[in-house]
Design a protein around this ligand. Sequence first.
Ligand SMILES: Cc1cc2nc3c(=O)[nH]c(=O)nc-3n(C[C@H](O)[C@H](O)[C@H](O)COP(=O)(O)OP(=O)(O)OC[C@H]3O[C@@H](n4cnc5c(N)ncnc54)[C@H](O)[C@@H]3O)c2cc1C
Length: 379
Amino acid sequence: MPDATFLQWPFFDRRHRELAARLNRWAPKHAGHSGNVDDDCRRLVKALGKGGWLEHAAPANGRLDVRTLCLVRETLARHSGLADFSFAMQGLGSGPITLFGTPAQRRRYLADVRAGKKIAAFALTEPDAGSDVAALATSARADGNGYLLNGEKTFISNGGIADFYVVFARTGEPGSRGISAFIVDAGNPGLAIAERIEVMAPHPLARLAFTDCRIGRDALVGKPGEGFKVAMGTLDVFRTTVGAAALGFARRALDEALGRVTRRELFGARMAELPLVQAQLAQMALDVDASALLVYRSAWTRDRGAERVTREASMAKLHATESAQRVIDTAVQLFGGLGVTSGVAVEALYREIRALRIYEGASEVQKLVIARQVLGAHR
Ligand SMILES: Cc1cc2nc3c(=O)[nH]c(=O)nc-3n(C[C@H](O)[C@H](O)[C@H](O)COP(=O)(O)OP(=O)(O)OC[C@H]3O[C@@H](n4cnc5c(N)ncnc54)[C@H](O)[C@@H]3O)c2cc1C
């Protein structure tokens, strides 16, 4: 049984504890995979919509409860990386509309996102602008009553299966002030899936090409030049939830390891009795609890009304993803040869966790953000 004592921490209300219990019952019934990630994701998004879980990813009242987002991601990640991915991308992909969209944009997209009828994507990264977001070069040139988009986006989750993309493009001066955000429907003739990208933990991912892609003025999210603010404001919410997904992977690894060491006999005793094994378990449990504290502190701070949680979210993401990698690696080690066998849970977790240390701001970027925050506060 996974440790659920953290749900008694003062960060949570009764509704959070009830939601975690319900989702723990729901997730195992829907976590199976067919081997075709596109089909699996479409099925999962529909199931998440039908189950009501996407209400939390794109809430009708426009208020994202970050503790709920984190609890859902942590719980789904413990059962299935793809289920967590499907939930998270509905939230991240529609997040700019939830947080900065017009009432008409919300009406047009969010009800379908909540119902699992429209799949969302967030298109920021470019071949030459990943960590350095402000270097992005995709252009949006004003033309008639709208804009023409030209350029490329890469590593776009849900690329190829999304119904719409929130795309960040340059409308003005170089740097962060010249960027705007737009909604582009997948059927737009100027948008092509240039390449499907395969990764070590499979999920839908693509490079997108925009060629004179025409969009109306009503596709603009926020004001012209506010795209960087829209992207960072959205990531400020969802970055904490990446930490929550890492926490879910780490908890699963710890559970798997506990199951193994209490069953496996080594040198005439159970592995769990070996002092070096106990030291490893202690470090894993410590890493898991420290991550949980940082993740839910960040979520709670935001839910309590903080406008930005830049420092808390970066700390949560950095610690939870880096320590989950260690926890999972230890679990693989404790499994011995079995740990690197395809189809074993810890082997899948080992592949699942890796990208989380890179996307939504690599660990090095999080360190820079945290340093800037603490230096700023010291002045
Ligand atoms: C599985 C996956 C899913 C993704 N999904 C999306 C998505 O849906 N939408 C989207 O827009 N993007 C997405 N991305 C892209 C992701 O956000 C970028 O890969 C990430 O921001 C890093 O950019 P980059 O790959 O260009 O690496 P680079 O920017 O080239 O950085 C390379 C490495 O340099 C190091 N580094 C970076 N900055 C510094 C620094 N200042 N000092 C020292 N070292 C540094 C880091 O270790 C980093 O990993 C996804 C990526 C992956 C792998």
